[in-house]
Design a protein around this ligand. Structure first.
Ligand code: CA
Length: 222
């Protein structure tokens, strides 16, 4: 791993927070601790995290409310909720309100670490991201996160076309091939030109390059 995996730990119990911090650092994670919901919201909205480890019982704002607010603001880092409330209905509530996993306190340290690893694996497996000029395409969400942080929403067709280019970034595609692969129900190659035009409007002129007499290809990464 070239970059460290960043985990936001939200826990108001100082001893438990310290224990989690030391445990996760020992496993090679970069850890940031928030001791209350306000701080968690601030950190979660201002810094990128790969996973959230969230206590439910927090002063002022409950852990699941913190998570809900982060989710509504577009923070999608997977969340493992820790709670003293361990009966099935509490777990269901946690999962329904945006947590990816739920672990009752007291928990086993090895189980916690295993669940965290599973959570991190799952996100890289289920949210494939492809590099496109100036940013990253989230295939499932059909969004492009620009390097500056701005998020562009694509239509399904724009997303299909951009994904097609981004999966084979060095290849030149004939318009007829793009028509067949991305717009199978259309008969006019003009639809390819139209969607290339849309993508250029959103991503910049050089996002898709015209190869004269042949077709189109993805622009250079920068
Ligand atoms: Ca607590």
């Amino acid at each position: 791993m070239s970059e460290q995996t960043r985990v936001l730990v939200v826990e108001d119990d100082a001893r438990l927070a310290l224990m989690l911090e030391e445990l996760l650092r020992g496993e090679g994670y970069e850890v940031v601790v928030a001791k209350d919901g306000q701080r968690a919201l601030h950190l979660g909205l201002s810094q990128p995290f790969d996973a959230l480890l969230l206590d439910r019982g927090l002063p002022a704002i409950e852990g699941l409310d913190v998570l809900g607010r982060l989710r509504r603001k577009g923070v999608l880092a997977p969340a493992l909720v820790l709670s003293a409330l361990g009966n099935p209905s509490d777990k269901v509530e946690g999962l329904d309100r945006g947590a990816e996993d739920y672990l009752a306190k007291p928990f086993d340290i090895d189980e916690l670490l295993a669940r965290l690893r599973a959570l991190l694996r799952r996100t890289t497996a289920t949210v494939p991201v492809l590099r496109v000029p100036g940013g990253a395409l989230d295939i499932e969400g059909r969004t492009v996160t620009l390097d500056g942080g701005e998020v562009l929403v694509l239509s399904d067709r724009e997303g299909d076309l951009l994904e097609h280019f981004a999966r084979r970034p060095s290849r030149i595609f004939a318009r007829a091939d793009l028509l067949l692969s991305v717009f199978p129900e259309a008969s006019d190659e003009g639809v390819v030109d139209t969607y290339v035009h849309y993508l250029r409007k959103k991503l910049g002129r050089d996002a898709i390059l015209t190869v004269r007499g042949v077709g189109y290809r993805l622009g250079a990464p920068e």
